[in-house]
Design a binder for this molecule. Structure first.
Ligand code: HEC
Length: 124
């Protein structure tokens, strides 16, 4: 093989493999990015999680599909926080497991809601 071609080949191989590195975050995204519950807010986190409940518990659907329980606005969410029904329903430890007819929320989402409550359930 021509010497110049060999050198070019080596350069190509080195430049390709040289950029590869085993980043733990890339290989194990779940392990190195565990559930982030450091900045849990009502507007950013809680509302987003409760978004999946709005088909039955929004301001407009609550009376027809959500047994009058409204989970759209802060003051309404506070009702089920204060009466203790929210966590029991999403942990499936109450008589009314939620979301009704659907799969449980993700463990991380449940942990984030619990963290928000433990931090004083602020309207932040
Ligand atoms: C398909 C409609 C539907 C969805 C989706 C749904 N719910 Fe409900 N939810 C209901 C109904 C209907 C009730 C009244 C109890 C019953 O019939 O199961 C209820 C009751 C509740 C209650 C009161 C439970 C009690 O102990 O009295 C809470 C809290 C609640 N839902 C939270 C949620 C949350 C949080 C989500 C989303 C993660 C959710 N729901 C999703 C329909 C729904």
């Amino acid at each position: 093989m021509n010497r110049a071609i060999k050198i070019i080949l080596i350069l190509v191989i080195v430049s390709i493999t040289g950029c590869y590195y085993d980043s733990e975050e890339r290989l194990y995204p779940k392990l190195s990015n565990p559930c982030d519950d450091t900045e849990v807010t009502f507007k950013g986190t809680v509302s987003a999680i409760l978004q999946s409940c709005q088909t039955c518990h929004s301001n407009s659907n609550a009376s027809s599909s959500g047994n009058g329980i409204n989970l759209q606005d802060y003051s309404d969410v506070m009702t089920v926080v204060t009466n203790g029904k929210l966590m029991g329903s999403i942990n499936h430890t109450s008589d009314y497991p939620m979301p009704k007819g659907g799969g449980k929320l993700l463990d991380c989402e449940i942990a984030q809601l619990q963290k928000w409550i433990d931090s004083g359930s602020l309207n932040n």
